[in-house]
Structures are given as structure tokens and as C-alpha cells.
Write a protein of this length. Sequence first.
Length: 552
Amino acid sequence: MKKNSNVVGKRRFLFLLFLIFTTQISLNAYSQERKITFSLKNASLKEIISEIRKNSDYDFVYRDVNLESFARQDVAFKDATVGQILTDCLKGTNLGYEINGKTIIIRKKAVKEEGKSRVITGKVTDEQGNVLPGVTVMIKGTSLGAATNPDGEYRLEIPSGGAQVLVFSFVGMKSQEIILGSQSQINVKLKEDAEELEDVVVTGYFNKSKESFTGAVTSVKREELRKFGNVNLIEALKMVDPSFKIKENNARGSDPNSLPDFFVRGESSFMGNSNIPTFIVDGYEVTLQRVFDMDMDRIESLTILKDASATILYGSRAANGVVVIETRRPASGKFAISYSNRTSLSIADLSDYDLMNAREKLEYEQKAGLFDYTSVPSMEVEEYIKSNVSKGVNTDWLAQPVRNAVSHSHSLYLEGGSDAVIYGLGANYNRNNGVMKKSYREVLGVSFDLTYRVREKINIRNSFEFSQTKVQNSPYGSFADYAAANPYNPIYGEDGKLVKTYPVHIGLSKKSSEPQYQNPIYNSRLPYKDEESLQTITDNLKIDYFLHQLCD
């Protein structure tokens, strides 16, 4: 009796396993046989895959495949399975697919080679001898390849055939191609590629491949920034990204000391508050003033993060976007000196001002009835104005407070070092003269970068910077005062002295005291200055420890 109960128990257990197994098969089969209906016009392969992802439970993985390079096509599918759609869309390409659970892998079709194969091994390091894990090693023109392990070592089986080339690639490094000979071991040193940043997103915390970064991002390299001439970084951002908008301030004009109001995600609903993004320089948050005065030649790369991806990294500070700035790092090798100069000319454009001359203004006021002929003071003012007009007084007030301003900037950088110690010393000077007379902004800065490597495991970087900013606002006041001044009033009196005030005839009555308004130039002659000086010292220390003994 006991034996029979054991047999029954075993049968029940086997039946339960069979039931679970068949259920999994049916679920998997249902996922693969699920019907999809959609149509697209002039769609790329990437857009078709995105549509499949929306209408199914599948995730797609593709590497070393540029989906945008394939011809666009019109597609229309009705009650088609995922396999049928992919087979049809990949027809005529060198791509194939593999369904693994809920993941679909898109890859290049392997090149079939006949004959015996051989094994190539080796190690990949950087110029300082540090091992590089995760380097991609591919046979050129095929999908065959491998990646280096945590010790920088790789092992790749090479099929027999004609001349073959190995391609070594890694983010931030220059790709290197090596023609295969009879050797069985190939060790490679990859060089840094500081300029190749267009496929990398710099977030301030880490660097990430642009293809795998899903956020809205704009990246700019150093060479692109240099094309904008003698402008500050804020003005350069406006030229780089259309969504980075600066509010026009007509009252301030081209004042070199006015910090701009701008926004990345639209204007704020609070009056007087612009949506200023967060600025990150070399991993540290800085003020708008610091960014405004930065030397453009010190910037290596610039990245603008504008959506939820920025909020994930920086929290509420990123509500208005994040601007990540990476400064120039010294390169090892021979001692090198670089110098750059930028010069610009600013001219006040007064062509839009179509103002009346002195005779026209007097005639206009007479016809408008602005003179009170029952008031003696008013009639005296009219005679005073007529006398000035008859003497040929016709003051061009708009030209009085402005000038043609020449601005210039200079940048000097010295760098060098060995594999263990790398140094960089920089100095910059920027003089930005405004079109309003006697207004300027002057920035003088020095910097020192030192990178020290300890036994290929510890990397210490110290960055020191000192800057001094001097600003002076124009003593000529607001340009609007000159636009409102009457052309029949002279700047200087008959005695050659500066006229302080002028009589006013509008609203003048017999009983009122004589009102006056001031010559707008008068304040510019007074012995005072509106100026400011600011000194800033910044020192950042960064220590990296590299763990080479990682699990496979």
C-alpha cells in the first residue's frame, strides 16, 4: 500500500512539471505569434523597430549597426507577427535577427569562412600602460569579435581566409586597425581622442554612449565653440542650441556688464524671474557669473541636458535644464605652447532712429499748441528756442554717449609631462569694451592643472584657478535719455561751459515756478565712477582609484 502511494505521488509531480513546462511554451509562443498592425511612410529601420517596440513586449539590442544608414521605405502590416515584419524589413540588407525570450538582437550576418581557424590573443592598454577593459576587438567587415576582460586581455578565433584586419575601438580613444600576419599575439596601445566627443554624452557624473543615452541632449566640441569669435559662453550657447534662448533687454543694450536673462524650457510664470539652468564645471556647480567670465579657450566640451534625464541625475536643480562644461586637460608628451587671440569691433546701429531735427521739432510743437501765448514764461521759452534754431543749433544727441568699441582677448597655455605627471599652466586676458562710452569688462585669469598617477591604480588631479574681474559702467547714464532730448538745446552755452539744465515750456503757467530738465551729459562730467572689482579662487581636487581585479 505504501509503495502504491509513492508511485501516485511521483506521477503527480511529473504531471505538475509537464504542466508548468507547457504553460511556459504556450506563453512564449503567444508572445512570438502576437499579431501587429501598423503602417509608416518613408520610415527608417530605426523608426520601424520603435513601432514594433510600442506594439509588443519586445526589447531590441543592436550594436555596431547604424540603422539610419539603410534606405527608408513605406511599410504596411496587418495582423503580422514580429518575425514576419523583421524578415520583410531586413530583406536585402546584411542584417539578421535572433529572438531570445523577450529580447530581439539585431546584428550583422556573420561572414562564413571555410577552412581551419586560429586563435589570436593579446592585451590592450592606454598610453600610460593602464589596462583597458571592455575594448571592442572586431574583424573588419564582419560581425566576429570579442571584448577585453577586466585585465585588458582578449582572445579571438580567426577564421582562415585572405588578408584580415583587426579593429580596436573604445569610447574616448582613437580606433586602431592592425593587419593580421602570422603572429598569434597582438598587444595594442590606444591613444586618447579628446576631440572625438560627438558620440559621447558628458553628464558631469559619467560619460555615456550617445546611442544608449535616451535623453534630449546637445553636445558641442571645442573646435565648434572657437568658430563663434570673441563672444562669451552664454552668447555661444544661444548660437549652438535654438532652445537656449536669451531674453532681449533693450534697456541694457550691449552693456558688457549686464548678466543676461535666459531660459531653456520656456519662460517662468513668475514675473522678473528667468529660468536659469544649473551650470556644472568639471563636476562642480558654479554661478552664472563664473560661466559668463570663462575663457572660451579653456573649454573642451559643452553638453546641454534638457529633459527628465537631467532631473534623474541632478534632482530639482535640473528643473530648468543643466549645462555641463568640461575644461581642457593637459596632454602628456613633449612640452607644448599654444596661444590664441580674438579681436572684435562693436558699432552702435542708429539707423532705426528717424528723429526730427531742431527746426522740425520747433515747428511740430508750435502746430501742436504746446506753447501758451497767454503765459509770459512760455513765450520767453519759445523765443529762446527760436534763437537757438536761428543760430544753427541742431544737436545730435544719439551720437553723444556711444562709440565704436574694439574688444580683444588673449589666451596662453603651456602643457607637458610624462606618463606619471602631467601639468598644464594657462593665462588669459579679456577686455570687452561696450559701445556706451567708458563702459568695459576686464577679466584676467591664471590656472594650473596637475595630474599624478600612482602605480597605475590611483589618479590624482588638482585644478587651481584664480580670476580677477573689473567692471565699469558708463557714466553717460541711460541711452533713452538721449533719444528723448530736444535737438534745439545746445550741449555747451555761449560761454563754452557745459549747460546743466534747460527750460521746459510744456505745462508752464503764469503762477508756476519755471520747470527744468537736466542735460543728460552733465553727470558724465562729474568726478565719480560706477565700478566694481571681483577676485575668485577655485581649487578642485579629484582622486580616482581603478579596480582591475573585477569578476568576469
